[in-house]
Design a protein around this ligand. Sequence first.
Ligand code: ZN
Ligand code: ZN
Length: 376
Amino acid sequence: MAKAKKAPVSASKASPSKPTMKAMVFYEKETLKLEEKPIPEPADDEVLVRVEACGMCGSDLNYYFGISSLETKTGKGPLVLGHEFTGTVIKVGTVPNRLGLFKEGDRVVLDPVQSCNTCDQCIRGFTNLCTKMSVLGVSTNGGFAEYCVSKYTGTKRLPDNVSFEHGAITEPLACATYAVQNLDVQPGQVVVVYGPGPIGFIMTQLIKASGAGHVVVVGTRDYRLELCKTAGAATVLNPKEASSAYYCPDVVGKMRDLTGGRMAERAILATSSVPAMEQALEITGKKSVVVYFGLPGDKDVVRVPALRSMFGDKTIRFSWLAPFTWPTALNAISTGLVNLAPLVTHRFSVDKVENALQLLSSRQNGVMKALVKPNL
Ligand SMILES: [Zn+2]
Ligand SMILES: [Zn+2]
């Protein structure tokens, strides 16, 4: 584990002589404050970046509304949220400088999950399970600010043809890539995606690109289901809204009809809904694979029909973060394998983070992803 310590960023250390930046600081449930803070100094193993675009994630909503606690020592703020972001390199710490990795002006994207690369989990290759992990925007200051420091090992070059806006979606794409790899889609299969949000939209594309024969997306917002149709979903089902053109109160029966009773071969959960997690076990057949991705609450329990699952030789698995899928994700963006443009529906300046959070939680105005752009 590197000994380098982060430069403290707190109002008490502010001095008028130091250059400052705007940062939106989260304190506690529904309390954010726009503050003027000293621009952090990169430690030996860090890089200082000017934030260009920072995506807002469902987990930011959970922190803001007090549904999840942060991974700081106290579980609380003050902390700058935002973990999906791109930036321009402003200053390079001594280690990455000596290695010739970055220079001022480089366009980069940050992998917020910054593993130590030394603990028992990391040396086995499970960097997503690092026991000394730090996470930008979750345990250390993140991207809802004009500047941020990142470990050089979590700093990646952004391909020239990838915009800062689309690059900011690399982190969710990398997580979705790992989940779809875990789904092990085979050519021609019937695959069901639960949850048509930004992750479900990305997964639909990756699943189609993996050779799926028929992708079904299940969700409760028609505008999102329709977007998934443009991404390759042949069937979309809305089990909730009776007024929907896609209304389907009996998803299990519909899947039975669609597959001639064989049921789906794969299902993936881009939702935190426990009923959906349980239904996925009903709509999948023998030798199927079900991957859980969306984060349930910490007290949630999924009931598994044990004997039937065993007789079907089923695989039920979980997918967490994005170990070693960043190069694949960046290639997927730069080669055009995935289309991220429809996801960027709203942009906010750093002083409007709260408006972005409210918009996302309301699901109004066709929102998919909101980006915070400090220089907007
Ligand atoms: Zn996220
Ligand atoms: Zn580690």
